[in-house]
Design a protein around this ligand. Sequence first.
Ligand code: NAD
Length: 500
Amino acid sequence: MTATRSLDYWRAQAQRLQPRHQAFIDGRYVDACSARRFECLSPVDGRRLAQVARCDHQDVELAVRAARRAFDRGVWSEMPPVARKRVLIRLAQSIEAHAEELALLETLDMGKPIHDSLNVDLAATVRCFAWNGEVIDKWYAEIAPTGPNELGLITREPLGVVAAIVPWNFPLLMAAWKLAPALATGNSVILKPSEKSPLTALRLAELALEAGLPEGVLNVLPGYGEEAGEPLAAHLDVDGLVFTGSTAVGKHLMGIAGTSNMKRAFMECGGKSPNIVFPDAPNLETAAEAAASGVFYNQGEVCTAASRLLVHRDIREEFLERVVAAGRRMQPGDPLDPATRMGAIVDRAQFERVSAYIERGREEGARLRSGGSQCRRDSGGYYLEPTVFEGVSPQMTIAQEEIFGPVLACIEFEQDEEALALANDSPYGLAAAVWTSDITRAHKMARKLRAGSVWVNYYDGGDMTAPFGGFKQSGNGRDKSIHALEKYTEIKATWINLDP
Ligand code: NAD
């Protein structure tokens, strides 16, 4: 999807943009019932992008009713899978046709480089809708191994009304990971994007309608977590709640799901992923590049960020030197410049949060090896240097907590068992990586790492074909692959007496 556009081109396009700013309910853009709005500011340069509808429980009520009506009418839920497939593939094609516009919205709204919005977020979003469309008329039901006088059918049915609450770090892609399987399986959905990045979700709603999704099947409610997210999570007519975001909010929402109507609840949450480098890594330069991009990519605002580097004592100094050099090559630039590989932190609050962690690292005795400061101050946005701490001990705050910014904590080890114990010493279990040429060591480590994704000799690999999600407090349930379809469906056993 690479476009050979110049910085001037993107700047000119940015001036022309008129983002959708109203909620999308029952196939129409509408103001919030309260008529309130919130400011949507760009972290790129502080400009105001829009004043967005600030939805609350009243809008939730309207959206749930619309979603329920659409579901009960069967206009989507009872459509043959092959017909739903056509709509989802048309939507994928439409997203691809509007990729530049959506990528620009994403970059302006949350600060990531336009290069990444286009080539990663948009490309993967297109693939996600297409993949889920393609799979849905190939997903067979089962027949139980019964005796000759009865027939046991094991079928899957959509949950009904699904609420999807998503974060700001990959706004469109995280929405796609929920929407595509939820829609493919016939549900009606209410999407609540993050208040920090609502714009692409609002535009997507209209593209979905144009692609043939019936009115009411997809509703988008922008707004704050407590005001719009919580009433959705608590609603008695919502059958499923799927969430991507922080572990703290995920735990809170599981409680609400449980005490309201026991809606099916699946949480994809935070991480503090270990990246383990042995001296026999196939190529130390490649490993160092990956260690840097693993934590600095997307300004470090990635759930799988390789934020804990566990490096063997014998190569520590040489390896760190390479990581620091690779980090320097990723200095933040103007996100609209196609050459930029690191952009702006999403907003002032997140910038201050990450800066406080850097300060905490210093106070607790970690040595700042590079970075640690604000840069591009004149831009009006929020930019942080790629930051590397060495001499980190496992108990330090920067080794334990998810920072969600461009901050690397380096911890050294000597023995394999020690590396494993350090890697698993975390409440999180989202991802982990091992770099070694020893196949036995690689397999043993991979087997014992308590993480939902393990990479050997690379970082952040994966596509739609494999499930993605976490062990421990990184969440339950999985996004992507056929496994994701399961959480949007109830399983039903139907018994037929063949000898009545
Ligand atoms: P967050 O938990 O603050 O917010 C996520 C969403 O929940 C937002 O839409 C927010 O408005 C909403 N929300 C907040 N409080 C709520 C409440 N009380 N009730 C209902 N909704 C509420 O997370 P964030 O800062 O947007 O995103 C960063 C987090 O997301 C990180 O922890 C990151 O690791 C995680 N993440 C996980 C994955 C994954 O697949 N596991 C992917 C991306 C991001």
